[in-house]
Design a binder for this molecule. Structure first.
Ligand code: MN
Length: 191
């Protein structure tokens, strides 16, 4: 199987002023594309040659895992961003967030703290666990919760390449900006 860089459902400048065109050009156009190209090269002639990304995430290690998981993670991240983002969840997801975190505002605070407090490169995830309950998870580098049988419903990239062109060292400012373009209507469909 050969993976392709998915098309973004918005223009490269559509998320401004929160995420700049330049960041999308590098983050999506260079980093995401490089993960696609690398995993496509690495799986040739291996047991993962015809595997889907979920299988690669669950079963592989090393470079194939790192690049395959990064393809999945970035696709999941970019597809939940929108210039017309729904700013808060409703329905079952809103109820589950209130039940687990107390309120939507408290969830955002907890999630932002998990992002600001993650040392080095990685991802912060909102997941459903095996009991159907929500949890916030931190993952280093390319880690993906599918590997541990969680169901991801939302993720935030906190690698420096996600924000350094826009907010430099200020990861908390990037996290604020992320919530301005995170589309909860997409997250609701995944819940
Ligand atoms: Mn990234």
């Amino acid at each position: 199987m050969s993976f392709e860089l998915p098309k973004l459902p918005y223009a490269h400048n559509a998320l401004e002023p929160y995420i700049s065109e330049k960041t999308i050009e590098f983050h999506y156009g260079k980093h995401h594309k490089a993960y696609v190209d690398k995993v496509n090269g690495m799986i040739q002639g291996t047991e993962f040659e015809n595997a889907d990304l979920e299988t690669i995430i669950k079963k592989s290690d090393g470079g194939i895992f790192n690049n395959g998981a990064q393809v999945w993670n970035h696709t999941f991240y970019f597809e939940a961003l929108s210039p017309d983002a729904k700013k808060a969840p409703e329905g079952n997801l809103a109820a589950a967030i209130n039940e687990t975190f107390g309120s939507f505002e408290q969830f955002k605070t907890d999630f932002a703290n998990a992002g600001a407090g993650l040392f080095g490169s990685g991802w912060v995830w909102l997941v459903k666990n095996k009991d159907g309950k929500l949890e916030i998870l931190q993952g280093a580098n390319a880690e993906n919760p599918i590997r541990d049988d969680y169901t991801p419903i939302m993720t935030m990239d906190v690698w420096e390449h996600a924000y350094y062109l826009d907010t430099q060292n200020a990861r908390p400012k990037y996290i604020e900006n992320f919530f301005e373009v995170l589309d909860w209507s997409v997250v609701e469909k995944r819940f």
